[in-house]
Design a protein around this ligand. Sequence first.
Ligand code: ZN
Ligand code: ZN
Length: 374
Amino acid sequence: MAFSCKKDNQTIYSFQYDLKDWIALKKEKNSDFTMSCCGDLATLKTSRLGTQFFAHKIRPNSSSCSTDGESDEHMDIKRLVMQELSENGWSVEVEKRGATPNGEEWIADIYAEKGKAKIAIEVQWSPQAFIETKRRQEKYAQSGVRCAWLLRSGSIKARNAIVGDYAYSTKDLPVFSIYKNNRQDGQTYMVYNVNKLKLDSYDPLEPIALELEDFIKSLVSSRIRFIKKYSPVRRLYLKIIKQNCWNRRCGGTTKVVTRMYFKEIVFGIEIEYLFQSEAIDDCDNQMVSMLNSQFAKAYNFVPLRRRYSKTVGGSYVANSCIHCDALMGKHFIGYYNDEDPSMVKTHCINIPNKGDLIEHGESFEFGKWVLIDN
Ligand SMILES: [Zn+2]
Ligand SMILES: [Zn+2]
């Protein structure tokens, strides 16, 4: 089975003909149709699902010839992919042979170029181990070809691209599931493992399914992008309140830092979890000097420092009165500062994310494929 052949020494593609022209082509008696693989005579065929293709007129001898043993659906999917690529301005080649700089060979189901971009789309019909997919992907990467995988799923539940090892989703291996519900008439091929951003929630992604053609169009126009779940930075801000100095000889009011508050960046979206804050008492020196340099002057508080407290019988990082430098005890700072009318939130700064919140089986590389609307 092939999607291209030579017509009088010129390459033609079966998916570029509509049915009427395809039938007319079949009737052309004066043209010579030969297979691209070996130059033997070719015949024009149409599958039960309407896929147009070329086959050897006589069973080929060479094992390097394209075989006729693919299922109708497999062919149908490849045809739809090629058609969509072609309509979007890509020059498409089927079963393109190439090699890595080290001479390792590959054959791409569907290969396409547009400008400097080189892509491959593999339609994987029989189950393929994750490790094998990764190995084949590396060959494409070494050859400067960006490859995406469409793994066939037998049922709507067993979506291969999302379960097992494939669940560890990273940017270097774009893997999607393709599924068609044959029990219902008029169903189209749907592609899974794409998500949509929803901005109003602690869980910013929602899985969606796209029709095959829509998926291909979105993929090659960079509307499906990989977004890492975790960011190398977190956001930090402070809440600051006004207090009266306890020192009777002073009696002034001064600003004190209550706690540090954090926002996580998940799939590129800032999320503030409830109660995600930390006291300043145990801050290390590095954090203390960062808080002082980023906020003390701008928000007019005395730089924080580790001080001895008689009340506690030990030392901790504390606020001090701006007038008399008295230690402003941590016991006088409430937890729910939002109710304090003098409360001010500072701007946010970036601090390194040490990865404490990374979930089991994930890493900084982990992420998801997201459809960008615009
Ligand atoms: Zn051949
Ligand atoms: Zn004071």
